[in-house]
Design a protein around this ligand. Structure first.
Ligand code: G3P
Length: 226
């Protein structure tokens, strides 16, 4: 399963990218506004930090303007994935950009029917927003299950399921169990994935017992110097 980080915060992206666990980045107009950066400059910098797909969203709602915006965004860097909303205009723009070899992430997906259309127009990624469905007492992970199941019926569908609007680590775990291709998550959720109190407790106990042995793996002088 690929891990994308869902933010436009450059410092957070740099920090997490240094772990080697970041396969891509997703942004959207709200995240760009939150970062307070020039949009195209931020995308250019993010693309220089993370070699994987970096989603940059169009802001027009009509096909012609979306296509012009998408073409401009795609020129920023080869790893830009143009994000378009799941509307009829967005689907038309997706098909046109894909025909030009541009990666496209179809976003704001809330139903399996929508995801079916995204695959039909050759989307690179489909982004079901699981957290926002959970927020209104619908089952976001059931949508992921439905999309993965439908896509598996048609080998010609190459669209990857990019689970978005992730609220906690269990969204990531369940998405992985369902066979989703990508999980995009806020930085704090990515960091929560490795945290467990029993790991901390167990490590502390190991180190306390090791200290009692008076031993050192490295030569004493070198260990002291480090
Ligand atoms: O990539 C989509 C994501 O940023 C939406 O998350 O928390 O606003 O539903 P959220």
């Amino acid at each position: 399963m690929k891990f994308f980080v869902d933010t436009a915060d450059i410092a957070e992206i740099r920090d997490l990218a240094s772990t080697g666990m970041v396969d891509g980045v997703t942004t959207n107009p709200s995240l760009i506004a939150k970062a307070g950066r020039d949009f195209k400059d931020a995308i250019r910098e993010i693309c220089s930090i993370v070699p994987g797909p970096v989603s940059a969203e169009v802001t027009a709602t009509d096909h012609a303007t979306q296509l012009a915006e998408g073409r401009l965004l795609a020129k920023i860097a080869k790893n830009v994935a143009v994000k378009v909303p799941l509307t009829m205009d967005g689907l038309k723009t997706c098909k046109a950009l894909r025909a030009e070899g541009t990666m496209v992430n179809v976003t704001l997906c809330f139903s399996a029917a929508q995801a079916l259309l995204a695959a039909k127009v050759g989307a690179t990624f489909i982004s079901p927003f699981v957290g926002r469905l959970d927020d209104i007492s619908e089952d976001g992970m059931q949508l992921v299950d439905d999309i993965v199941t439908i896509y598996r019926q048609y080998p010609e569908y190459k669209t990857e399921v990019l689970v978005a609007s992730i609220r906690h680590p269990m969204h990531v775990v369940v998405a992985a169990k369902l066979g989703a291709h990508v999980g995009t998550m806020p930085p704090d959720i990515m960091r929560k994935l490795y945290q467990h109190p029993l790991t901390d407790k167990g490590l502390a106990a190991f180190l306390a017992d090791w200290k009692k042995t008076g031993q050192s793996i490295l030569p004493q002088a070198k260990a002291a110097a480090e």
